[in-house]
Write a protein that binds this ligand. Sequence first.
Ligand code: GTP
Ligand code: MG
Length: 205
Amino acid sequence: MIEIRSATFVVSNTDVSKCPQDGLPEYAFIGRSNVGKSSLINMLTGRKGLAMTSATPGKTLLINHFLINRQWYIVDLPGYGYAQRGRRVQEQIRRIIESYVLHRGQMTCLFVLIDSRHSPQAIDLEFIEWLGENAVPFALVFTKADKLKPGALKANVQTYLLHLEGQWEELPPSFITSAETRRGREELLEFIAGINKQVSENQLK
Ligand code: GTP
Ligand code: MG
């Protein structure tokens, strides 16, 4: 398991071309506004105030880089689908997300966060489909697991995966998490450690 020895904010950007160019492996977190991206990042790193969280949706508006153990990055992305933001800002955010996801070569896995309380939502399903079309490596992270009873949680996650199974030959990796109880932390860090290892082995070749 990865021990988080250091986690530091590096830079915020609106433009993927201005992001760090050191080639370190990076893991980005995306999903609807308010799904719990920033909270999850704080839970994973064990640093409460690292990524800014808020009960009001639309808090994160930039591409935020955090350097972990001086070896890899966590990236906090703006949420999609927050209608109250107004069309111009929404369009701006859509462009930031799109250029990051399609052009960030060192992004090794995109974690797509899904609120475990809801049935599959069109906006998330469309986003996932778009990732598939563009061959973007991703994993699913069900958030806010503490807000549901175990039976309901299990049923919701199963419904979601069943829905995807109808469309995909292979299901993406998936994780159940809670920023409150820290559920899923070890599994996610383990998964990241595995990819980091692959990346460094490939660099030696
Ligand atoms: P934007 O940056 O606005 O797109 O939102 P975000 O996806 O970064 O969400 P954020 O982490 O700011 O969390 C949104 C709200 O959900 C906050 O009030 C959090 O306290 C709450 N929240 C996030 N994760 C959890 C969780 O696992 N359990 C519970 N109970 N609440 C959570
Ligand atoms: Mg946020």
